[in-house]
Design a binder for this molecule. Structure first.
Ligand code: PMP
Length: 437
């Protein structure tokens, strides 16, 4: 049997056998089309195996023992740190801090850097498309300090209104917190421009790379980002591990956030001195095996190649746009495919996003309904919820075609019904999944 070739240079079928879950049949005999990758990706056997092997052969706590397993475990954990460093082209491994995820990394910066540097009257600049993880910690910082949150608004196409940046930035701006790629619109933001304008105004920039690092090459040195955060589970690693990258001088100047074991140099009964980077910010037992799993995921991604991943996802996105735009009553949020990543959020006239997602699930297609942890963004577009399809390199053009057919079927399915959830008060069920991102 010859498999369909997706493109001359990239065929996802080469990789799909590595992901047992992708060949699952759901609701009896329907092949799963997993299009919920912006929430979390699936992982290949090799990543799962790396973690099994770590537990079965090498596991002990890190940095604390001199017995053989402690040394093996430490070596594997630190090797994972080096893999992350190389992935994002950070100058040193000391600048790679393992956290619990992107959310934890942003909170670390808000607490440690924020409390030390932000004062009443200062301003924190965000964008209208931020995930709550890159909003709420800044609200909390503003509440603690008396600082003000300002935001870069969006165009109707879901692009940043960059012309406002020059007027929003001032000597009061301490920090610009911006996502590299919107988890709802797919918009790819012009980070270089934002960072250079912010730096000219004397502001520090935190880049939320949760949706970009898994999908495209990242170079923090070239980008000149002050902080970058991302999560392992969105790039085939396990949940429970994420990364904070920071510029050395900033990290050095920041006080530790969490206190406890590992983050100290010396402790007396009434005081302590902190450890060097990166341990200063890694209190307690770190996510040892999750980090090793993330390292294995990075190896796998490097073999697939980020340029290929990016090109293939663009192809999927173009096809999905064409399919969905052909269906009357479907509204796609965000820009054209050439300005976005593989994330398509859409609404359907008179059909609630939860009904869309539920119907699509019956047809084997996993998409996510809700506000995707971006309520201000949905308010901007006057919507309570959207359905979101999001791709990874293992998705196929065939799956995208199935998505298009299923959305068309969904329209027919609900056409005959008198009242859908869109016309009713939100039910408990429709609110249920809105906390997931
Ligand atoms: N930022 C963005 C853009 C995201 O999409 C997400 C996850 N949906 C996060 C931050 C938070 O990531 P995590 O839940 O892994 O901490």
């Amino acid at each position: 049997m010859t498999l369909p070739v997706e493109s001359r240079d990239f065929d996802p079928h080469t990789y799909r056998p590595d992901f047992p879950i992708l060949s699952k049949l759901i609701h009896g005999d329907i092949p799963l089309a997993y299009l919920d990758n912006a929430a979390s990706t699936q992982r290949p056997r090799r990543v799962i195996q790396a973690m099994v092997e770590a537990y079965e052969e090498h596991y002990a706590n890190v940095h604390r023992g001199i017995h053989m397993l402690a040394e093996e475990s430490t070596a594997l954990f630190e090797l994972a740190r080096e893999k992350v460093r190389a992935l994002i082209n950070a100058p040193t491994v000391e600048q790679v801090i393992f956290t619990q995820g992107a959310t934890a990394a942003i909170n670390l910066v808000a607490r440690s850097w924020g409390d030390a540097h932000v004062r009443e009257g200062d301003e924190i600049l965000v964008t209208e498309m931020e995930h709550h993880a890159n909003l709420v910690p800044w609200h909390q910082l503003a509440d603690r300090t008396g600082a003000t949150i300002r935001f870069i608004p969006l165009t109707d196409d879901g692009l940043l209104r960059l012309e406002t940046l020059a007027t929003l930035l001032s000597q009061r701006t301490r920090l610009v917190a911006v996502t590299a790629i919107s988890n709802v619109l797919g918009t790819v933001n012009p980070l270089e421009e934002i960072i250079s304008l912010a730096h000219a105004a004397g502001a520090v920039v935190l880049v939320d790379g949760a949706q970009s690092v898994p999908h495209q090459p990242t170079d923090v040195a070239a980008l000149d980002a002050d902080f970058l955060v991302f999560s392992g589970h969105k790039m085939m690693g396990p949940s429970g591990v994420g990364v904070l990258y920071g510029k050395q001088d900033l990290l050095e100047s920041m006080p530790p956030f969490l206190g406890g074991g590992s983050m100290i140099r010396r402790v007396w009964i009434d005081s302590f001195t902190p450890a060097n980077l990166p341990y200063k910010f890694e209190a307690g037992t770190p996510p040892i095996v999750p980090a090793i799993g993330l390292g294995a995921a990075i190896d796998y991604l490097n073999e697939v190649g980020f340029e290929s991943i990016h090109r293939h996802e663009r192809r999927l996105t173009e096809r999905a746009h064409a399919k969905l735009e052909a269906i009357d009553g479907v509204r796609i949020l965000g820009p054209r495919p050439d300005q976005k990543a593989g994330i398509i959020s859409f609404s359907m006239k008179r059909i609630h996003a939860h009904d869309v997602a539920q119907r699509l699930d019956r047809l084997g297609i996993a998409v996510r309904p809700g506000h995707h942890c971006a309520m201000p963004l949905h308010k901007r577009f006057d919507l309570a919820a959207t359905a979101r399809a999001s791709f990874y390199f293992y998705n196929t053009l065939d799956e995208v075609d199935r998505l298009g057919d299923a959305v068309a079927e969904c329209k027919q399915f609900f056409a005959g019904r008198r009242r859908t959830r869109a016309e009713q008060a939100p039910s408990a069920e429709s609110v249920k999944s809105e906390s997931a991102s």
